[in-house]
Design a protein. Structure first.
Lengths: 111, 113
């Protein structure tokens, strides 16, 4: 079983829609969770970082961690064409900074 | 503030050759991580350097090696290149105090022909 599993998509939504991106992870001991955004031909950009359970909000973005089900989500409100990118979830097992990444979900927001 | 910089942007090598990729971390960051992102796959952890020492290594053969210099910049060397080494190689850096927040460079696209 992989440490992190992510829906690959691709996902295509109209501008203004609410987007839900999801990952599951395997080890209940994981406590640090990240979301990265990667535009085509660019390096990943850190979007959100959460510790343990709960929600974290930053503008139109909300990261949610449900440790009971080992599920992490990223919600994007009022999606914009500029949000079109690949979104990567990641976990930090805190055992040597070897982050585990999902394979990424490709999102296209159609104007 | 300058971000993580990587060079070269693109690199084309022949099978069997050696490739050297370079990374300069964000000023003040002491940790450097290398990841491989092959087409259709997620980021695969290669190496972690901190304070000049190799701290952790991913599940890659020994022909993938590297080092970190006193100024915290880093090199990744890939010997005896194989076609399947073609990928985007990403470097990230972080500081000791906030080591979960890793910031990535733009990557080096290595093509092996």
């Amino acid at each position: 079983q992989k440490e992190v599993e992510q829906d690959p998509g691709p996902l295509s939504v109209p501008e203004g829609a609410i987007v839900s991106l999801n990952c599951t992870y395997s080890n209940s001991a994981f406590q640090y969770f990240m979301w990265y955004r990667q535009y085509s031909r660019k390096g990943p950009e850190l979007l959100m970082y959460t510790y343990s359970s709960g929600n974290k909000e930053d503008g139109r973005f909300t990261a949610q961690v449900d440790k009971s089900s080992k599920y992490i989500s990223l919600f994007i409100r009022d999606s914009q064409p500029s949000d079109s990118a690949t979104y990567l979830c990641a976990v930090d097992p805190n055992t040597g900074n070897q982050f585990y990444f999902g394979t990424g979900t490709s999102l296209t927001v159609i104007p | 503030e300058a971000g993580v910089t990587q060079s070269p942007t693109h690199l084309i090598k022949t099978r069997g050759q050696q490739a050297t990729l370079r990374c300069s971390p964000i000023s003040g960051h002491t940790s450097v991580y290398w990841y491989q992102q092959a087409l259709g796959l997620g980021l695969q952890f290669l190496l972690w350097y901190d304070e000049g020492e190799e701290r952790n290594r991913g599940n890659f053969p020994p022909r993938f090696s590297g080092r970190q210099f006193p100024n915290y910049s880093s090199e990744l060397n890939v010997n005896a290149l194989e076609l399947e080494d073609s990928a985007l190689y990403l470097c990230a850096s972080s500081s000791r105090s906030r080591d979960t927040e890793a910031f990535f460079g733009q990557g080096t696209r290595l093509t092996v022909v």
